[in-house]
Ligand binder design. Structure first.
Ligand code: EPZ
Length: 410
């Protein structure tokens, strides 16, 4: 049953106020769940968000109980994070079968770094029509892996595989997203030997199965949800405080919002945002952490549509992450896609309502922001895509004073 959101636009008024608490990070919990395969005992997770992708990952783990080395094709091809499971499963059970992973269509999302990493660790790979069978030929062996580009999930997947491999694994040009270091610290507290966290070179000494021994993994606050709410508050907030968050993980986006004229005040775990009547345009260039996160690119484009002047977004990570632009232009935004990596934006431009359909998770959130700013009542179809990464979003935004509701769309 498809669902959609219905949003009464504020027509540029800044009326939202109150507090909104950030939930556990999707892109952290979707990695600790696969990591539980590395453990001899149970791992308790706390602060788990109630989002669709967590349910999908749990279904995959459930499926492993009937067949230790096969990822359920119908589930794995629905989200990208399913591929993270291949590392722990291959390392522990010596084999893994899986389909090419699904998830947001953001352009080419190859998996060569995963396959080449597994081969470097002694595994053999057989591909047949986008279905992969990998065997470890005994235990995986530590290897010196040099990534030609930075990949978040490839870093996490091979880091986890290396935990049970024989000998030392070095991963060069590793991603440094804070969720990766956070996970590695937890694995180390359970017996892993990972060093180099938050640097481009990870070293992992392989060993035995890990043990949590009752120590819980507390899912850290969602960095992208925090940034999404900060941009919403900048666009439509009178006085909004975001709680249960870690502002230090968002220095670049928050500094750009402040540079544009947003009133931003942070404490260790809160961000207070007060909207201003006018904003100056700011340039955005997405980049691996600690740069501007690509997952905030679409929400930031909506913000920039309300800034005075001309500016561009340079998307350096994905080559197909502008699918949301056309409908924003129909709503009144002045945006030009110059090439697959660059958008030119002129503002401020008034937005008017539209019936929209989420193109992907973060594009869907951007549509919620545009609908909030616009005049009139908008709908955002395919609510599932937003539910993949934001828990009960309509209930939480309603508490800030936004008129948003969920209804069946067909
Ligand atoms: C993770 O995706 C996140 N997803 C994405 O968030 C995020 O946008 C992305 O990292 C970048 O920060 C999860 O963690 C589940 P990449 P991931 O591998 O790991 C290329 C969201 O909205 N590449 O860092 O898939 C790839 O095509 C999602 O929460 C290869 O060429 O991203 C891309 O251009 C969207 N070969 C670039 O690397 C490979 O083997 C970076 O992608 C792997 C990646």
């Amino acid at each position: 049953m498809r669902e959609r959101f219905v949003v009464e636009g504020l027509n540029g008024q800044k009326k939202l106020q109150g507090e909104i608490a950030v939930r556990g990070a999707k892109n952290a919990v979707l990695k600790i769940l696969p990591a539980t395969v590395l453990f001899a005992d149970e791992v308790e997770l706390q602060n788990v968000p109630h989002i669709e992708d967590v349910d999908r990952m749990r279904e995959l783990l459930e499926g492993l109980k009937t067949n230790q080395t096969i990822l359920r094709k119908d589930i794995a091809e629905r989200f990208r994070a399913s591929i993270v499971l291949t590392g722990p499963v291959l390392a522990r059970y010596g084999a893994v079968e899986f389909p090419f992973p699904g998830g947001c269509v953001l352009g080419e999302r190859a998996i060569d770094l995963f396959l080449n990493g597994f081969k470097a660790m002694g595994a053999s790979v057989v591909e047949d029509d986008s279905y992969f069978k990998i065997t470890a030929n005994g235990k995986l062996k530590g290897a010196h892996i040099i990534f030609p580009l930075v990949s978040v999930t490839a870093t996490e997947t091979l880091m986890m595989a290396a935990v049970l491999a024989e000998g030392e694994t070095i991963i060069e040009n590793a991603a440094m997203e804070p969720e990766i270091g956070y996970l590695a610290e937890f694995l180390n507290s359970c017996g892993a030997q990972i060093s180099g966290m938050n640097t481009p070179v990870l070293r992992i000494q392989g060993g035995e199965l890990l043990r949590a021994e009752g120590k819980p993994f507390v899912v850290p606050p969602d960095r992208i949800e925090t940034g999404s709410f900060a941009i919403l508050a900048a666009l439509a907030g009178k006085d909004v405080t975001i709680t249960n968050c870690d502002p230090s993980w968002l220095n670049v986006p928050l500094s750009l919002l402040a540079q544009a004229g947003v009133l931003v005040e942070t404490t260790q775990n809160t961000i207070r945002i007060r909207g201003a009547s006018e904003y100056r345009m700011v340039p955005v260039r997405t980049h691996e952490y600690p740069g501007f996160p690509t997952d905030l690119q679409a929400p930031m484009a909506v913000f920039m549509s309300q800034c005075a002047g001309e500016g561009s977004i340079l998307e350096t990570i994905f080559d197909g992450r502008f699918r949301y632009v056309d409908d924003l232009v129909v709503m009144g935004a002045d945006m030009t896609v110059m090439n697959p990596h660059r958008i030119l934006i002129r503002g401020p431009k008034k937005l008017t309502r539209k019936n929209l359909e989420s193109p992907d998770l973060r594009g869907g959130l951007a549509y919620l922001l545009a609908a909030t700013v616009a005049e009139g009542t908008s709908t955002i179809d395919n609510a599932y895509l937003i539910d993949r990464g934001y828990e009960r979003i309509e209930e939480r935004l309603s508490k800030l004073g936004l008129s948003i509701k969920r209804e069946t769309s067909q």
